[in-house]
Design a protein around this ligand. Structure first.
Ligand code: C2E
Ligand code: MG
Ligand code: MG
Ligand code: MG
Length: 281
C-alpha cells in the first residue's frame, strides 16, 4: 500500500490486473463483517530447535482472503484493525483457530506435541478480557495450556498501571507461555521484563540480519546478541531468533547458545496441511 493523495486514499500497487482503489476507510469498515464472514485464514511458520533442527512449535500468522483484493498480509490490515478496535474480534478468532489447529496436530501426531504461538495486539491486553478469551479458546479446543504461547510486544506490557501485569500473571499461572515479540526494537528493558512472567524473548530480525559471515555488517550485533542470550538464560528466559534466512546465521546463533530459530532458512509460513505433512501425520 502506498499513501496516495491525502491521508484517506490508499492505492493497492501490486494489482495491475485490476486497478482497485479503495479508501482506507472502506477497507477499515469491512474488517469487522469480514471476521464474521470467515474471510481470514492462518498460516503457520515452524519454530525450530537450533541444536538439533527439531520442529518445536509454530507461529500463527493471519491473512485476509479478501473477495476483491486477493490475499492481504497482516501489514495491510492489522494497523487498521488496531486503529478501529476490530483487532479484538479478529484476535479472538486467531486465538480460537490457533488452539483448534494445534489440538488437531496433537491428536493426529504421536510424538512431542507442537506449541502454537499467537500474536496478541496491545488492545487485546488493554481493551478486552484476554484471560477470558484464552480460557474459552483452551476449553473449547481441548488444547493444554502449556501448548499455547502468546507473543506480546514490549509496548503491550511496558505501560503503567497493573493491567498487563495482572493479565500476564493470570495467564502464566494457567500454564500459558508468554513471549516478548520483536525484542530489540523497543525499550529492550530486560530488567523490567525480568519482573514479568516472561518465558521467551523473540529477537527481532534486524539483529539477525546483521549476521553475515562473509560481510558482517555490524560485528557489534553478534556481541550484543551473545550478551543478550547469556543474560536471558541467567534470568531463566529462552531466546528465539526471528528471520533466520541462511545456514551461516543458524550456525552462529547455535554457537551463541540461542535456543530456537524461525525464518526462511527453515520454512516460510505455510498452510496447516503442510505442517501436518511435516509431522508425517
Ligand atoms: P511477527 O510476529 O514478527 O511475525 C514474523 C513476520 O516475519 C511474518 O510476517 C513472517 O512471514 C516474517 N518472516 C518470517 N521469516 C522471515 C525471514 O526469514 N525473513 C524475513 N524477512 N521475514 C520473515 P507476516 O506474516 O507478514 O506478519 C507480519 C506481522 O504482522 C507479524 O510480525 C505480527 O506482528 C503481525 N501479525 C501477524 N499475524 C497477527 C495476528 O494474528 N495478530 C496480530 N495482532 N498481529 C499479527
Ligand atoms: Mg510474532
Ligand atoms: Mg516477531
Ligand atoms: Mg518481527
Amino acid at each position: 500500500w502506498a499513501k496516495a493523495d491525502g491521508r484517506a486514499r490508499w492505492t493497492l500497487f501490486d494489482s495491475e490486473r485490476n486497478a482497485h482503489r479503495m479508501t482506507r476507510q472502506a477497507l477499515s469498515s469491512t474488517l469487522r463483517p469480514a471476521v464474521e464472514r470467515g474471510e481470514f485464514t492462518l498460516e503457520f511458520q515452524p519454530i525450530v530447535g537450533l541444536a538439533d533442527d527439531s520442529l518445536r512449535g509454530v507461529e500463527a500468522l493471519v491473512r485476509w482472503r479478501h473477495p476483491q483484493l486477493g490475499t492481504l498480509g497482516p501489514g495491510q490490515f492489522i494497523p487498521l484493525a488496531e486503529e478501529n478496535g476490530s483487532i479484538v474480534q479478529l484476535g479472538r478468532w486467531v486465538l480460537a483457530e490457533s488452539c483448534r489447529q494445534a489440538r488437531r496436530w496433537q491428536l493426529e501426531h504421536s510424538g512431542d506435541p507442537l506449541f502454537v504461538s499467537v500474536n496478541v495486539a496491545v488492545r487485546q491486553v488493554w481493551d478486552s478480557d484476554l484471560v477470558a478469551d484464552v480460557v474459552t479458546a483452551l476449553r473449547e479446543s481441548g488444547l493444554p495450556a502449556g501448548l499455547l504461547q502468546l507473543e506480546l510486544t514490549e509496548s503491550a506490557v511496558m505501560g503503567t498501571g497493573g493491567r498487563p501485569l495482572q493479565t500476564l500473571r493470570a495467564l502464566s499461572s494457567m500454564g500459558v507461555r508468554i513471549a516478548i515479540d520483536d525484542f530489540g526494537t523497543g525499550y529492550s528493558n530486560l530488567a523490567y521484563l525480568s519482573r514479568l512472567p516472561v518465558r521467551t524473548l523473540k529477537l527481532d530480525g534486524t539483529f539477525v540480519s546483521g549476521f553475515r559471515v562473509s560481510s558482517p555488517r555490524n560485528p557489534a550485533d553478534e556481541t550484543i546478541v551473545s550478551s543478550l542470550v547469556d543474560l536471558a538464560h541467567k534470568l531463566g528466559i529462552t531466546v528465539t531468533a526471528e528471520c533466520v534466512e541462511g545456514q551461516a546465521q543458524a550456525d552462529r546463533l547455535r554457537r551463541i547458545g540461542c535456543d530456537t530459530g524461525q525464518g526462511w532458512h527453515y520454512s516460510k509460513p505455510v498452510p496447516a496441511d503442510s505442517i501436518s505433512a511435516l509431522l508425517g501425520a
